[in-house]
Write a protein that binds this ligand. Structure first.
Ligand SMILES: [Zn+2]
Length: 282
């Protein structure tokens, strides 16, 4: 096996294990429970032995049921592990096997976005305990990775916080004024500030555009589906969690932003890519 293959397998295994921890965060953070301690079956409260806690494998062996009570284990557990494992490999390839950049981006940016997305899906909240440290981590990441150019990097990242958070704050205020109803959660504002901190202000145009398109597509599809889960019984407004779409757009930008924007600018006849400068940290 080549050194690259070994690195990729290690990143996959590491990602699966991290995914297993992310499942714990997704389940316990909104309930304000401690992240330490052993896992328990949510149905029968039986402690889960280590050999039933192996990422993906245990789910397959137990065929998605608890060993003790035969209660169903949510498909979300292996799904989160697979996503975490896949994105771990993608991150390693994206940073060309540079391990320090891999750990920074995977653990501080990619993994928290997975947790935030699934918590938002279930509870319609984006906990401050992730987004606020995320803003600091974003600015710190850009500063460290662009060290000799820390001044430019600091401006780029701080502008990202202001543009990301500010745009959504404006949009939310506007919506509340017109519809006399809270439309955008405060959590979305902080998430956008975090994304802007990591990706810089120029990326936020892409993130807002793509996340809106994804959210609208999702809304249209779920309206067309009979008995859609997101449609309320009394035909009230459809509540769509925006967090997962913001996260997806941000990850799309991180991994493929250069290719997508370069393609776009070449279509409109601009030969140099104004989004990516020597100061962009990814
Ligand atoms: Zn059980």
């Amino acid at each position: 096996m080549s050194q690259e293959t070994i690195f990729i397998l290690e990143a996959l295994l590491f990602g699966l294990v991290i995914g297993s921890f992310l499942n714990v965060c997704i389940y316990r953070l909104p309930l304000q429970k401690s992240l330490g301690g052993r896992s328990f079956c949510p149905v029968c409260a039986q402690q889960i032995p280590w050999y039933d806690n192996i990422p993906v494998l245990s789910f397959l062996i137990l065929r998605g049921r608890c060993r003790f009570c035969r209660g169903r284990i949510s498909l979300q557990y292996p799904l989160v592990e697979i996503i975490a494992g896949g994105l771990s490999v993608l991150t390693l390839l994206h940073v060309s096997y540079e391990l320090d950049r891999y750990f920074i981006w995977y653990l501080l940016f990619v993994a928290p976005l997975i947790v935030l997305s699934f918590i938002d899906l279930h509870h319609r909240i984006l906990p401050d305990i992730i987004t606020l440290p995320g803003i600091v981590a974003g600015v710190g990441t850009v500063l460290i990775l662009k060290w000799p150019f820390w001044k430019e990097a600091l401006i780029y990242s701080s502008a990202g916080v202001v543009v990301g958070g500010g745009a959504l704050l404006l949009l939310g205020t506007f919506y509340t004024l017109i519809r006399k109803r809270e439309g955008m959660g405060g959590g979305d504002v902080k998430l956008c500030a975090m994304l802007g901190a990591f990706l810089g202000w120029k990326a936020m145009v892409f993130v807002f555009l793509i996340s809106s398109v994804l959210a609208i597509l999702y809304a249209v599809v779920s309206l067309l589906m009979p008995r859609a889960e997101s449609r309320t019984k009394e035909a009230g407004p459809m509540i769509i969690p925006y967090g997962p779409f913001l996260a997806m757009a941000a990850l799309l930008f991180y991994f493929y932003g250069l290719e997508i924007t370069t393609f776009y600018f070449s279509l409109v006849g601009i030969s140099s890519n104004p989004v990516f400068t020597p100061i962009t940290p990814y």
